[in-house]
Design a protein around this ligand. Structure first.
Ligand code: NAI
Length: 286
């Protein structure tokens, strides 16, 4: 049997995706900490292994799609930065890597991982923290963030989402993913009305609450989880055949407001591969 795995399916956007898939008659296996088919803590190696094993057994080694929505928010708490990075980064990329052969087995699978616009609108995220996460070194990343004080959970959250997006973009274009028919892409929402956002807002200090209110959202308000689930459904559909390694930002315009001039940008000359050399010569001639 083939079907779809959705992590974080007990709540919020993951639940909205699972509901839509089931309504469309697709078999779904949910992974979460509670109220789902596979109860597993994706923040631990044991939880990830158990989840991968259960999903592979359920699917008979063939998956049509994977949606990695499990995640936790940047609230204060002892060791919270480490936990954020374990769940949001390792809980996404290590599980997805373990499921890749089952996605490849169907020949036209889709995978959607949840990033966040936090990756691009949070200032001061050290590049070496993101690099440590990409190397799987959560403890090293967490040690660095001890210096960040009260904003350490926010930096850890943004770093985890940055690393997830970069990991997905690097993997998406390789023979193991694109070449195996898998379309791997990232959805990067802005604030969306889910229990995660409610929990985060409940913990904000008065100063942080004021900062949150001043976040520019040009269309106003916050996103609807059902609307975000529709974007995932599109990214799981046949229409995503030519979508590969993209970060789809759905954030009410915050990113465009803050960073309109920063993307799209031409590829830097030192990254230019051979077939583009004629453009390099052209750029130099001007
Ligand atoms: P949510 O809190 O409603 O749902 C997240 C689910 O993940 C929960 O059911 C939770 O139990 C599960 N989960 C948490 N830790 C887990 C673990 N260790 N193992 C297994 N499951 C675990 O949150 P929401 O808002 O639906 O978030 C979905 C994704 O979207 C998350 O990755 C989040 O970081 C991301 N996101 C959310 C935004 C928002 O404003 N709500 C904005 C941008 C990104």
């Amino acid at each position: 049997m083939s079907g779809y795995v959705v992590t974080g399916s007990a709540s919020g956007m993951g639940a909205a995706v699972a509901e839509r898939l089931r309504a469309a008659g697709r078999p779904v296996i949910g992974v979460d900490l509670h109220d789902v088919d596979v109860v597993a803590d994706l923040g631990t190696p044991e939880g990830r292994s158990a989840a991968a094993e259960a999903v592979l057994e359920w699917s008979g080694g063939q998956l049509d799609g994977a949606v990695l929505a499990a995640g936790i928010s940047p609230v204060p708490g002892p060791d919270r930065p480490r936990r954020i990075m374990q769940v949001n980064h390792l809980g996404t990329v290590e599980l997805l890597a373990a499921l890749r052969p089952a996605l490849a087995a169907t020949g036209a699978a889709r995978a959607v991982v949840f990033g966040s616009n936090s990756a691009t609108i949070t200032p001061g995220v050290p590049r070496h923290v993101v690099r440590a996460l990409l190397a799987g070194k959560v403890d090293r990343a967490a040690r660095t963030l001890r210096l960040a004080g009260a904003v350490a959970p926010n930096i850890a959250y943004a770093a985890s989402k940055s690393a997830v997006a970069e990991w997905a973009r690097r993997a998406a274009v390789t023979p193991e993913w694109a070449g195996a028919g898998i379309r791997l892409n990232v959805l990067a929402p802005g604030p969306v009305a889910t229990p995660l956002l409610d929990g985060e807002r409940a913990h904000l200090s008065p100063a942080a609450a004021a900062a949150f209110r001043s976040l520019p959202v040009p269309v106003g308000g916050v996103g609807d989880p059902g609307d975000l689930a529709e974007w995932v459904m599109m990214m799981l559909s046949p229409a995503a055949a030519f979508l590969c390694g993209s970060v789809v930002v759905v954030d009410g315009g915050t990113e465009a407001w803050l960073r309109a001039g920063e993307w799209p940008r031409p590829v830097p000359l030192h990254r230019v591969p051979g077939w583009l050399l004629r453009f390099r010569a052209f750029a130099r001639s001007r």
